[in-house]
Design a protein around this ligand. Structure first.
Ligand code: GLC
Length: 559
């Protein structure tokens, strides 16, 4: 194949477009930030976010579970990949009934991951490398071991009783993660408490002002330590129907968290937004609004006073199907653009089957999908390991850990070719994903045609192109099994064509184009001849665009 690297334009800044003084770190290199200073848009619009699932990223202390010191050791991987922001799934003290999404102390780090000092070091080390840090904020529920809940359940007249949601009678609401009723009977005090997830995750009552104050205190605690924002867990769940009416969808077996949409959640978000906006440096909120309706998701941007960005999850379930993607992308464009709501794109995360597995295990499709993910209008989120083309772990019944059956995407990252793949324990908490040696980071850095280099090149190209970062999106005429679109910003223009079919298909484009990135090893820097190979995606540049001068090019970075 191909030397994907050599043909990429490298004439522009490679640092995140960060407003001056917003982030601690090394002094900016003026030669690299010329474009950044011209770019008046917000940093998170140009960001490429990399999700770190700390249990499975890297293990420094050799206990087989990833930790913060491990993340620090591997930050250079993220930097070499070219992502500029990390979102770290929960690191707080937790009994781990839901892998850290059941928190017993929001203001401390669980010993399995390290200490508060490690968290401070991680924030500092990330910033020193030009990486921003988002933490996971879990507002809807605590652990049942949180001192607040222990107090709340201690008696009906405890001052914290009303910090949670207690009722004499349950309704039909169902919990997620297969947990059955969303109500659990508390024998000692003779009432039911609400939990939209596991019984070990009681829901906080955000209508109580003391809860609001305490949770705002949690946000301040981390903002004061320098984090650049938060991913908000189930951001649509904090408000609940105050009448507690039965819901027919629950009767039909759906968990409430899949569609809960009470106006009070918006009030909660407005409060959080106000707080976050009071900090310098454009801190950001990206919410998990886990409702499969883009029209509903848009509402969570408010009037620019709720979420800065919301996940929009239809692509996370989508099979390799042009109709599904076309519909979803058109819908995002039609609904978010008029609302001035900035889109996000996600193909995989820690809760859902990895997309390569979802696409039938096809690396070819996963490579084409990478071209799409990194060229759509909006902020892309990469789930650790997708840049390696990892598939889901095969977990035998006796090895299952997650009560919700979501172990598949959570396998450890294989760093080195040889077992134990850069982990220091004889046994990791979950087995490695299939093909761990061949797909390891070490192996892929040495292969210019690897998925890792494809991601790296895409990110670098995106960063260098105002059209790809911030430009308009316009669909182009194409055969039904091809998705083609144009991105434009000023005189910067790119075209992307993705052939979903298993056969070659032609596409008729106006003008002359050259292939800047190819999902297949077809050879680059060639004139595009209008033919797309089966399941191939190409990123095209106008043929007569001035090429970067050699002195402006830089060597690809390796950790
Ligand atoms: C979110 C998290 C998921 C967790 C749930 C409850 O959906 O992504 O992992 O189980 O919220 O906190």
């Amino acid at each position: 194949m191909t030397t994907v690297i050599a043909s990429v334009p490298m004439n522009v800044n490679v640092r995140p477009t960060v407003p001056a003084g917003a982030m601690p770190g090394p002094p900016a290199d003026p030669s690299q930030t010329v474009e950044a200073t011209r770019d008046t848009s917000l940093w998170w619009k140009s960001a490429v976010v990399y999700q770190i699932y700390p249990r499975s990223f890297a293990d420094a202390n050799g206990d087989g579970v990833g930790d913060l010191a491990g993340i620090i050791e591997r930050l250079d991987h993220v930097r070499a990949l070219g992502a500029d922001t990390i979102w770290i799934s929960p690191i707080y003290r937790s009994p781990m009934a839901d892998a850290g999404y059941d928190i017993s102390d929001y203001c401390d780090v669980d010993p399995v991951f390290g200490s508060l000092a490690d968290a401070d070091r991680l924030i500092g080390e990330a910033h020193a490398r030009g990486l921003r840090v988002l933490l996971d904020f879990v507002p809807n529920h605590t652990s049942d071991q949180h001192p607040w809940f222990i107090e709340s359940r201690s008696s009906r007249d405890n001052p914290k009783r009303d910090w949670y949601i207690w009722r004499d009678q349950p309704n039909d609401w169902r919990a997620a993660l297969g947990a059955g009723s969303a109500w659990t009977w508390d024998e000692a005090t003779g009432q039911y408490y609400l939990h939209l997830f596991l019984p070990q995750q009681p829901d906080l009552n955000w209508r109580n002002p003391e809860v609001v104050q305490a949770m705002h205190g949690v946000l301040r605690f981390w903002l004061d330590r320098g984090v650049d924002g938060f991913r908000i867990d189930v951001a649509h769940c904090t408000g609940k129907d105050p009448t507690f009416a039965d819901h027919p969808r629950c009767l039909a077996g759906e968990p409430l968290a899949d569609f809960n949409d009470d106006p009070y959640s918006h009030e909660v978000l407005r409060g959080i937004r106000k707080l976050v906006d009071s900090y310098p440096g454009d801190r950001v909120l990206v919410g998990e609004v886990n409702i499969r309706s883009t029209a509903t998701v848009v509402q969570y941007y408010g009037a620019g006073d709720e979420l800065h960005m919301s996940f929009n999850f239809p692509p996370l379930d989508a099979p390799w199907d042009p109709v599904v993607f076309r519909t979803c992308i058109r819908e995002v464009d039609a609904l978010l653009q008029p609302a001035q709501a900035w889109p996000t794109w996600v193909l995989s995360n820690h809760d859902n089957e990895r997309h390569r597995t979802r696409y039938g295990g096809s690396m070819r499709r996963a490579r084409a999908a990478a071209v799409m993910l990194l060229t759509l209008r909006g902020t892309p989120f990469i789930f650790q390991g997708e840049e390696l083309g990892l598939e889901d772990v095969v977990v035998e019944p006796g090895q299952r850990v997650d009560p919700g059956g979501r172990d598949g995407p959570r396998g450890p990252i294989p760093w080195d070719f040889a077992p134990p793949h850069g982990w220091r324990a004889a046994r990791t908490w979950l087995p490695f994903p299939p093909e761990a040696a061949a797909l390891s980071v070490q192996t892929q850095w040495s292969q210019p045609s690897s998925m890792l280099h494809l991601y790296r090149t895409l990110i670098e190209t995106r960063r260098a192109s105002p059209a790809l970062r911030l430009g308009s999106w316009e669909e182009l005429p194409s055969p039904p099994e091809v998705l083609a679109y144009c991105r434009r910003h000023g005189d910067d223009e790119r075209v992307v064509c993705i052939n979903f079919a298993e056969r070659p298909l032609p596409i008729d484009l106006e003008g002359d184009w050259r292939v800047a990135i190819d999902s297949l090893p077809e050879g680059l820097d060639r004139r595009f001849d209008g033919m797309l190979q089966p399941e191939q995606a190409v990123l095209l540049e106008p043929l007569h665009r001035p090429r970067p001068q050699p002195q402006q090019q830089r060597q690809p970075l390796q950790p």
